[in-house]
Design a protein around this ligand. Sequence first.
Ligand SMILES: O=C(O)COP(=O)(O)O
Ligand SMILES: [Mg+2]
Length: 227
Amino acid sequence: MTTDPPLVLDIDGTLTRPEGWGIDPRIFDPVRDWEAPVVIATGKAFPYPVALCHFAGIPELVVAENGGVVYTGDDVFFTADREAAQAVVEDYRAAGYSPGWGQENTVNRWRETEVAVNRDQPLEPLRKIAAKHGLEVVDTGYAYHVKDTEPNKGDGLETIADRVGIDLETAVAIGDSVNDVSTFEAVGRSFAVNNADELARAAADEVLEASHADGTLAVLERVSRTV
Ligand SMILES: O=C(O)COP(=O)(O)O
Ligand SMILES: [Mg+2]
């Protein structure tokens, strides 16, 4: 018998190695063996969480681009378009700045509803230009995301839950940054890893003692009820 709760996992900062980059390989087995749906909810472009599910050997239940792209395993939903964010980046370039990824980059190549800017680039002019276009800039600690104010991970999660039949009241979410606040609000139990930013810490039901994948693995062990 199993009562594993449905899981909602962020990627960067949450499944990462102690140094903050790269997936910690220890998460693959418990995630693959989890006896309930696992939703990957990330700010990364659509192919990244799909690939993570594929290589982890789990069904593709994916919220990408901070809710801009939602995949239920059957249907893809786009809840924003990239055009406005692209216009912000053009203005940012015209003001003498750059997205900071180099000429050809895989960070934005497949991004459909927003544009990511490298955190080594100046934030204030980006925020000002985005505001002029009615957009927001979300700092995940891994990138600045220029996006429509509407989509968020929590709404995307609700779309998946409706389609797949997940009771979010029973679900557990783990995350590390402001872009996880909406998922924390959508589920029954939420955990911020110790490296989480202030907003994620404030929104979580519990702030973990451990960071990155160490924190996530501790939660998985604690909430797994498989007997
Ligand atoms: O893409 C980012 O900036 C962060 O990605 P995450 O939401 O998986 O942490
Ligand atoms: Mg994160």
